[in-house]
Design a protein around this ligand. Structure first.
Ligand SMILES: CC(C)(COP(=O)(O)OP(=O)(O)OC[C@H]1O[C@@H](n2cnc3c(N)ncnc32)[C@H](O)[C@@H]1OP(=O)(O)O)[C@@H](O)C(=O)NCCC(=O)NCCS
Length: 134
C-alpha cells in the first residue's frame, strides 16, 4: 500500500461572490457555499487518490458569518484521515473583504469521500502519511 503526504493534496479555491451567488439582500446562498465546499473537498480526494471520487457524507456544518456580494470566499481543504476506500476531508471557509482586506472565518465542514474504480466499485486509496504532530 502506497502512502502520500497531506501536502500533496492541499487545496485552496478562491471565488468572488457575484449576483448569481446571492439572495435579494446580497448575502451568499448557503447552497452555493456548500457546493464550493464540496468541490474543494472533491479536488483534495482526487489529488490524493488519483481516482474518481464521490461524496458520501457532509457532516453538520454551521454558517457562522454572512458573506456579501463582491467579497471573496476562500476555501482550504486538507485530508485528515484515510480508510480503505474512504477519505475524511476538512474544509475551512473564510470571507475576504477586498476593500479592507479583513478576513473572517465563516465555516468549517467535514466531508467523507469514497474512491471508485473504472467500474464504479469502491477501490483502495493511498494511506495518509502524517508529517506533523497536528
Ligand atoms: C459511495 C458508495 C459507492 C459506497 O457504496 P457502499 O456499497 O456503501 O460501500 P461500502 O459499504 O463498502 O463503504 C465504502 C466506504 O464508505 C464508507 N461509508 C459508507 N457510508 C458512509 C457514511 N454514511 N458516512 C461515512 N462513511 C461512509 C465506509 O465506511 C467505507 O469506508 P472504507 O472503505 O474506508 O472502510 C455508494 O454509497 C454511492 O454510490 N453513494 C452515492 C454517492 C454520490 O452519488 N454522491 C453524490 C454525488 S458525488
Amino acid at each position: 500500500m502506497t502512502e502520500k503526504k497531506q501536502s500533496a493534496s492541499l487545496t485552496e479555491l478562491i471565488h468572488m461572490i457575484l449576483p448569481s451567488d446571492t439572495n435579494a439582500a446580497g448575502n451568499l446562498h448557503g447552497g452555493v457555499l456548500l457546493k464550493l465546499i464540496d468541490s474543494t473537498a472533491a479536488i483534495v480526494a482526487m489529488r490524493h487518490s488519483r481516482k474518481n471520487c464521490v461524496t458520501v457524507a457532509i457532516e453538520n456544518t454551521k454558517f457562522l458569518e454572512p458573506v456579501f456580494l463582491g467579497e471573496l470566499i476562500i476555501l482550504n481543504g486538507k485530508l485528515i484521515r484515510t480508510g480503505n476506500s474512504s477519505m475524511n476531508i476538512e474544509v475551512t471557509a473564510s470571507a475576504e473583504n477586498l476593500q479592507t482586506g479583513k478576513i473572517r472565518h465563516t465555516n468549517t465542514a467535514l466531508l467523507t469521500f469514497v474512491a471508485l474504480d473504472e467500474k464504479g466499485k469502491t477501490t483502495t486509496v493511498p494511506k495518509l502519511l502524517l508529517e506533523t504532530n497536528d
